[in-house]
Design a protein around this ligand. Structure first.
Ligand code: FES
Length: 136
């Protein structure tokens, strides 16, 4: 490769890098991520959750679990444990949420039953419209 060709190639690479670093913030500004755009709801089909079962969704950047509690209806709770942030899992048989990291246990209202979590799980507003469940 001749020196002139090498310098042309090098200039092309630097130019592409410069354009990319200018374009990325512009694209982020024009098409912001979902959370920054103010979209803070998730809609699911009600029929996708059977009584006593749960469904995991993501609301913005927060993992959320929607549970159809027998006799009490739906509830949407953050899956982020209030102790150190691990993701809780739904224990369908025991009807509770269990944190796998330090054995924190929550009831289906999100209240702490045992373990180190200092606060209840965050609850999100939820409404049912026809066959839709809208969280957020
Ligand atoms: S992170 Fe959940 S109990 Fe510690």
């Amino acid at each position: 490769m001749k020196r002139r060709d090498f310098l042309s190639l090098l200039f092309g690479v630097f130019s592409a890098t410069a354009v990319g670093s200018l374009a990325y913030p512009l694209i982020r500004y024009l098409a912001p991520p979902e959370e920054e755009a103010g979209i803070k709801t998730v809609t699911i089909d009600k029929r996708s959750i059977l009584t006593g079962k749960a469904k995991e969704v993501v609301l913005g950047t927060t993992p959320v679990i929607i549970i159809d509690r027998p006799g009490k209806g739906y509830i949407a709770l953050s899956r982020v444990c209030t102790h150190l942030g691990c993701l809780v899992n739904y224990d369908e048989e025991e009807k509770r949420l269990v944190c796998p990291c330090h054995a924190g246990i929550y009831d289906l209202e999100g209240r702490v039953l045992s373990g180190p979590p200092p606060r209840p799980l965050q609850q999100f507003p939820l409404r049912v419209e026809g066959n839709k469940i809208i969280v957020g």
